[in-house]
Design a protein around this ligand. Structure first.
Ligand SMILES: Cc1ncc(COP(=O)(O)O)c(C=O)c1O
Length: 429
């Protein structure tokens, strides 16, 4: 995958007359629609030939050996920890700056999420804090709420917004501490990293973890409406995830109902109902073909924002890095609150009033009642995330965004920075 910028930013698929820019808009073409219709007419709706093809092509796209399609990234993460034999009481390192799913799958198993603070620049998990949390855990008197975890067995990094962590550092860290790595790659397809400019690109999912879990939720970089994929290079793990994804049955329905294969099956493990449908895979097959083109369109929007908003003192923009191919699922900005007469929530209200959809990624887990009350995490355990979350908001970025839409976002952000700045004179228009 080359990392050239898509210079022409001229997608005119949709012009919004009232200057309302949604936060996200799925980018679906005639191919997706026709393939869904064809599937509906085919007589086979659930997991079958389209899912098999989607799995094969997705595995090829990320240079992985095995891909198992499921109905969400959450399901993929759940099956990944099942495949690692995660047991009750065991602890796993997860970032506090993430979505509910990354950590809730540990709670399904009565395992203990050990939350980790984030890096101030990328918002990704801070491995130095992970080291500190491990030290405290090993000191013996560490409890999470009133739970005393058993050993720490794994780590689940998240590539926030599609900006990959340094995989070399994650793997070194995991090796030093004897941990497995499951990647929450909900945002990071297609994405890649390299340690330095002369190194080969390594795709997210290309042996970057024991299992890498992607999301195809409606607002993701490629979508199947709802959907996910677990990829791995380990055959035994792949087989276990596949078994668990459909009730632990030894034979899937496409084979059982075909005229060639046997109708019989055996229940081998207590599994789940996480399989993807052929209707969803029909969408995914065409999204996959356009994935790099759509990434470049998002990148063009991101470049526009970076160029047009780069000089504004009141805000900070996400980092550029030549050693990352960024999926640009998100474009998070940070308000320098001391420069504003309003806070983040009021700024977002103003954006919305002016027709700019926006969101926050995320209220960190430790500031949610479940984690604060059940597990006793305190704001002071995560000084970076606690401060950061008050300042962050995500601007719209999606592949079908028009030039006039991205200009409207830029103009609105500039106008708000000007109108609500404590030092209006310093604004570079
Ligand atoms: C970081 C992260 N992990 C996991 C998920 C869950 O993905 P899904 O909705 O496909 O289960 C999300 C969803 O937005 C997410 O942002």
């Amino acid at each position: 995958m080359e990392n050239k910028l898509h210079v022409v930013h001229s997608n005119s698929k949709f012009e919004s007359p009232q200057k309302k820019v949604p936060f996200q808009r799925p980018d679906l073409g005639e191919e997706e629609i026709n393939e869904v219709v064809e599937t509906l007419r085919s007589g086979w709706l659930t997991t079958g030939p389209k899912v098999k093809k989607f799995e094969k092509e997705f595995a090829r796209a990320v240079n992985a050996e095995f891909a198992i399609a499921v109905n969400s990234c959450t399901a993929a993460l759940h099956l990944a920890v099942e495949a690692m034999d995660l047991r009750a009481g065991q602890a796993v390192l997860v970032p506090t700056m993430t979505f509910a799913a990354t950590s809730e799958i540990l709670l399904y198993k009565n395992a203990v999420p050990v939350l980790v603070d984030c890096d101030p620049v990328t918002g990704n998990m801070d491995l130095r804090d992970a080291e500190e949390k491990l030290k405290t855990l090993k000191s013996g008197d560490f409890t999470v709420g009133d739970i005393k975890p058993l050993e720490v067995v794994g780590i689940i990094p998240v590539h926030v917004g599609g900006f990959m962590m340094n995989i070399g550092e994650v793997q070194d860290f995991a090796e030093r501490h004897g941990l497995w790595v499951i990647e929450d790659a909900a945002h990071s397809f297609p994405a890649a990293w390299r340690p330095e400019a002369t190194s080969e690109w390594q795709y997210c999912g290309e042996n970057t973890a024991s299992v890498t879990c992607f999301s195809f939720y409606a607002n993701k970089t490629i979508t199947t409406g709802e959907g996910g994929m677990a990829v791995t290079n380990n055959k035994a793990i792949a087989e276990k995830i596949r078994l668990l994804s459909l009730h632990g049955l030894s034979n899937d329905p496409w084979n059982r109902y075909s005229f060639e294969d046997g109708w019989d099956y055996r229940i081998v493990l207590p599994g789940y109902k996480y399989n993807l449908t052929d209707i969803a895979a029909a969408i995914g097959l065409h999204q996959l073909k356009r994935a790099e083109a759509m990434r470049r369109e998002r990148e063009a929007v991101a470049e526009h924002y970076l160029d047009a908003l780069g000089e504004i003192e009141e805000i900070e923009l996400p980092p550029r890095n030549d050693d990352r191919i960024h999926s640009w699922h998100l474009f998070p900005i940070r308000l320098n609150l001391e420069e504003f007469s309003i806070d983040r929530n009021a700024f977002m209200e103003k954006l919305r009033e002016n027709g700019v959809g926006c969101s926050v990624h995320w209220r960190p887990l430790h500031l949610h009642p479940l984690y604060a009350e059940k597990f006793g995490w305190k704001a002071s355990d995560f000084p970076v995330a606690t401060q950061l979350w008050k300042r962050i908001l995500s601007l719209p970025v999606f592949s079908s965004m028009t030039v006039s839409e991205s200009r409207h976002v830029v103009d609105t952000v500039k106008m708000l920075c000007r109108n609500f700045s404590t030092k209006a004179a310093k604004l570079v228009a």
